[in-house]
Ligand binder design. Structure first.
Ligand code: MF3
Ligand code: CO
Ligand code: CO
Length: 267
């Protein structure tokens, strides 16, 4: 069921999103060569607890951690692993959800570890811009296909990169995953019409190579995550947002300057 949220509920989701954004802001300064991915998990746990919230990925379908940490060819749902040390040139994605006072938020960000190759830098730029091109379509009266179509055209036709199909954005609140599905691919003017008060995530995953992914099973943690089928690096950016009369309202803003740079002005 799709539930439409009141301005008051959207405000509460933004409070949750602010805690989540605080984790990402902290990680910006922390992530460098030599960092143990477990330190990311510990930082997130403490930050969220200190802000009177809880990490809702923990316990979700058997997942044991506050963060998903996916390195290089790992596309999504990777695990923070003690002893997995980030090295110069890596790309690392950190995806987490926060619940504050019963309100969910969900946001993933990609980080360059030290100096990354021009290929990875470009991958990050394209994926981040793809997210905002999608967000710019998230206006009342548009359809879900407008969001996905804008992303797919940009990623595949303009940049010849792999636009992952198997994992998709979603409605959010009251649970982390709600209807509708929000694919980062699709056909403009098709699909569900967007209404005021819908809250969704947009979360493109882009590989430099093929869009296809495959499973990888982690025995130690009994968890399956995803890697690019051809081993090429992958990036992801995700925001939680609300459809409002004033346009898309990003609820997981880290830095208004960054969001402002892309939103409204750049399509
Ligand atoms: N945050 C992820 C999403 O964007 C969900 C992760 S579920 C987990 O939908 F169990 F892997 F944590
Ligand atoms: Co997420
Ligand atoms: Co999500």
């Amino acid at each position: 069921m799709i539930t439409l949220k009141s301005p008051r509920e959207i405000e509460k989701m933004a409070e949750s999103g602010k805690v989540l954004a605080g984790v990402h802001l902290g990680l910006r300064n922390m992530i460098k060569p030599g960092l143990d991915t477990w330190d990311i998990e510990e930082f997130a746990r403490k930050y969220i607890k200190d802000h009177n919230a809880y990490p809702s990925e923990m316990g979700f379908e058997g997942y044991k951690f506050a963060t998903c940490v996916s390195v290089n060819d790992e596309v999504a749902h990777g695990i923070p692993r003690k002893g997995l040390i980030l090295k110069d040139g890596d790309i690392v994605k950190v995806d987490l959800t926060v619940n504050k006072d019963g309100f969910e938020s969900d946001s993933c960000w990609s980080y360059a570890v030290g100096d990354v190759s021009p290929e990875i830098k470009n991958l990050m730029d394209v994926t981040r811009k793809a997210l905002y091109l999608g967000i710019n379509q998230a206006v009342i009266g548009n359809r879900l296909g407008d969001i996905g179509g804008a992303i797919q055209t940009y990623v595949e036709d303009e940049h010849h990169m792999g636009d992952v199909r198997e994992l998709i954005g979603h409605g959010i609140q009251p649970k982390m995953h709600e209807e509708p599905n929000v694919p980062a691919y699709g056909v403009p003017h098709r699909g569900l019409r967007l209404k005021e008060g819908m809250t969704i995530t947009i979360e493109p995953m882009v590989n430099t190579g093929t869009w296809e992914i495959k499973d990888r099973y982690d025995k130690a943690d009994d968890w399956t995550y995803y890697v690019s089928a051809d081993g090429t690096p992958s990036a992801q950016y995700e925001h939680t947002l609300a459809i409002t009369k004033d346009g898309p309202k990003i609820l997981t803003i880290q830095d208004p300057d960054i969001d402002e740079k892309y939103i409204y002005h750049n399509n």
